[in-house]
Ligand binder design. Structure first.
Ligand code: AMP
Length: 321
């Protein structure tokens, strides 16, 4: 994950919960990709927020149940071999492949810039991501739908490397999460910090209720006495994740104008708070141990560096260096 600071419900349902589960059946590597964060950097201030964002994000991972005894947790740039691998893979990656990636075109549009003025680093984003994956010879990558083109490209780069040199890398495959798209409090766009439509995992119960209060529901339901249409209401969709046993009741009451949107949001807020109780409790405990996150990251980086150096030795030898 790019270090974006405190995580929200979209990150949790769309990625983190699944990451926790995967620890039971896989040897997992979870990495805060700080160099990727630099690919779209605007100024020095943004660069200086990266360290704090790593801390907040990794604290959320640990509170959610990512376990440093089971998984390797580290910061991308603390394993410098990833940059060597990126550089070597860039020698066999055609520029055309990178320019055609849909996320690249999308990013250029978002940044309101042109292909000519965009940084070399941003064009090479998927090569760095491929290095993140294959440096540890990972065969499986848990991602959201938006990342599928990057995984496809990683597979192509691996095939090319294996063909030209030696077949030392497995072709990584994507595993999709169960909740690929959680909408925000505006009701219609992807929950995201940049849109300020998010609900933070580490918020207090009061903050969560407060942020839900103005959330959009069924736009056609103007009065409590109007029958609602739960299918178009994001609050109803969120009940599905946090209050599944009451779903039929909520659907009936809303459709028959027997429940108001305010009460429905309060009930959802309480259920979200209940689901996050353990997370918030653990986060507080970890917060009180100032060295905990750093210790986890240091020990993760040491393990990752060992594996990475073996891979790099193999790659150098394959490539005649
Ligand atoms: P980001 O920092 O936006 O790249 O998100 C990190 C992870 O959370 C990625 O695996 C995303 O696919 C996932 N994610 C972010 N926002 C959402 C959302 N609104 N719904 C579902 N998954 C999300």
């Amino acid at each position: 994950m790019r270090p974006s600071g405190r995580l929200h419900l979209g990150n949790w349902l769309g990625a983190l919960k699944n990451w926790v589960k995967l620890q039971e059946s896989y040897e997992c590597f979870y990495c805060a990709v700080d160099v990727h964060a630099l690919t779209t950097i605007k100024d020095r201030e943004e660069a200086q927020s990266i360290q704090g964002n790593i801390y907040d994000m990794v604290l959320d991972w640990l509170a959610a149940g990512i376990n440093p005894d089971k998984s390797i947790i580290f910061v991308q740039s603390s394993v410098p071999d990833v940059l060597t691998l990126q550089s070597l893979l860039s020698m066999i990656t055609p520029l055309g492949w990178l320019m055609r990636v849909p996320t690249f075109k999308e990013r250029i549009r978002q940044m309101d810039t042109t292909e000519d003025s965009v940084s070399y680093g941003l064009v090479g984003y998927p090569v760095l991501m491929t290095s993140d994956i294959i440096l540890y010879k990972a065969d499986t990558v848990p991602v959201g739908e938006d990342q599928l083109p990057h995984i496809e490209l990683a597979r192509e780069i691996v095939r090319r490397f294996n063909n030209i040199f030696e077949p030392i890398f497995p072709e990584p495959k994507a595993v999709l999460t169960e909740a690929p798209m959680i909408f925000g409090t505006d009701g219609f766009s992807k929950m995201s910090k940049s849109l300020d439509n998010h609900l933070e995992l580490a918020a207090t119960p009061e903050e969560t209720l407060k942020r839900l209060r103005p959330a959009y529901t069924d736009p056609n339901r103007l009065r409590k006495t109007d029958p609602g249409n739960p299918e178009v209401c994001n609050i109803y969709k969120l009940h599905n994740y946090f209050n599944p046993s009451q779903l039929t009741k909520i659907h009936d009451e809303c459709s028959n104008a027997l429940r108001g949107c305010v009460d429905c949001k309060i009930e959802l807020g309480e259920k979200i708070n209940e689901s996050l109780e353990e997370f918030r409790y653990r986060r507080k405990i970890f917060e009180g141990q100032p060295n905990f996150v750093n210790d986890v990251l240091e020990s993760g980086a040491a393990k990752a560096r060992l594996i990475a150096s073996e891979t790099i030795d193999e790659v150098r030898s394959c490539m005649g260096l």
